[in-house]
Design a binder for this molecule. Structure first.
Ligand code: C2O
Length: 345
């Protein structure tokens, strides 16, 4: 069966699956603000919106940087109980990742990692987050930049994220992984600089050679009512690496769980999360469009429901499978080189 919309009034505080030493924002909960009696409306495709182009974060100009900073500053400054507020958006990740939604008679954890739910959930999450940012600065063309970690010049934390005067900055990142140090997918907790070649080889394996089927790439099935418990054996190749490893590499080694980016409940607190995920999402589009590989069609996945607040604070329900076509969501990725597609040779 597909997962139904979770009942927000039974969202668990604290969530059932927090790591030791976790501290939650928003008064100790990661549940979104909710007025009882509210039911979600169905998502409508934004067919009249202009196409938004997500650019590589290391290539954006000063004008974009100022715009992004203004949007994020506005988002951080919204009222505490506004579901669009940055801290609330960050909590969305915790709610869906740390066991706040237990659904059905067997109380299955509606967990959006470690299975085929991973890519569609995160595409939808970014979609709403991006639309809120655009709305706050009155710019429908606003698009999140992607962290282009799959090319040599993009392998360090992008400059717009390390400028301490901007809203994109976060202090909770590993001190020895600051630019010009590049991502180390071989050993993400070490201070050693990564190798461009091995990073390319890693990406090639997890997106191309080792990800020939939907189940290898997206992850295995996870069905409502099956009573299953999520674990890494279901994760898709892209999720396992580079996705997980980049998270760990960014998170701060001086925090118990490598907060913010290094653990699920807190990773949405670092603005870099959304650019990291934009690149994960871009990898999906390359796998699907460029490599011509096919997404899952199983309706237990495509009809599974997620719920988000939109830019107007409306609660909206979406079908996992309705995000497959990015052009219907009115966004695309800037074309850049993909040196790893050849295996890094
Ligand atoms: Cu929901 Cu990068 O994880």
């Amino acid at each position: 069966e597909p997962f139904p919309v979770p009942d927000l009034s039974s969202c668990k505080t604290p969530p059932t699956d927090l790591p030791n030493g976790a501290t939650l924002d928003n008064g100790g909960t990661c549940c979104p603000p909710f007025t009882s009696g509210t039911s979600p409306v169905d998502f409508e495709f934004p067919s009249s919106l202009p196409m938004r182009t997500r650019q590589a974060a290391h290539l954006v100009d000063d004008k974009f940087k100022a715009k992004y900073d203004a949007a994020l500053t506005a988002m951080k400054g919204l009222d505490e109980d506004d579901p669009r507020r940055f801290s609330q958006q960050a909590s969305v990740h915790c709610a869906w990742c740390n066991g706040a939604y237990l659904v059905g008679s067997d109380s299955m954890d509606y967990q959006v990692h470690q299975s085929w739910l991973f890519l569609p959930f995160h595409r939808w999450y970014l979609y709403f987050y991006e639309r809120i940012l655009g709305h706050l600065i009155g710019d429908e063309t606003f698009a999140l930049p992607f962290w282009n970690w799959d090319t040599e010049v993009g392998m360090s934390i992008p400059p717009i994220y390390t400028d301490t005067s901007l809203a994109m900055y976060d202090t909770n990142r590993d001190a020895c992984h600051q630019p010009p140090v590049i991502i180390n997918l071989t050993d993400p907790t070490s201070c050693d600089n990564g190798s461009v070649k091995s990073n390319y080889a890693n990406i090639y394996t997890h997106v191309v050679s080792g990800a020939t089927t939907a189940s290898l790439f997206h992850g295995a099935d996870y069905r409502y009512g099956s009573g299953e418990v999520p674990d890494n054996s279901r994760s898709g190749q892209l999720e396992l690496s580079p996705h997980n490893l980049v998270h760990v590499w960014v998170g701060s080694s001086s925090n118990t769980n490598r907060e913010n980016m290094g653990t699920l409940y807190s990773s949405g607190r670092d603005p870099l999360f959304y650019s990291h995920h934009a690149n994960v999402d871009r990898m999906w589009s390359i796998w699907n469009d460029k490599l011509g590989r096919s997404n899952y069609k199983d309706t237990d996945l495509t009809n599974s429901k997620f719920v988000f607040y939109d830019e107007k604070k409306q609660l909206v329900q979406v079908n996992a499978g309705d995000c497959y076509d990015m052009s219907k969501l009115r966004y695309q990725y800037q074309e850049v080189d993909t040196p790893w597609l050849s295996g890094g040779r």
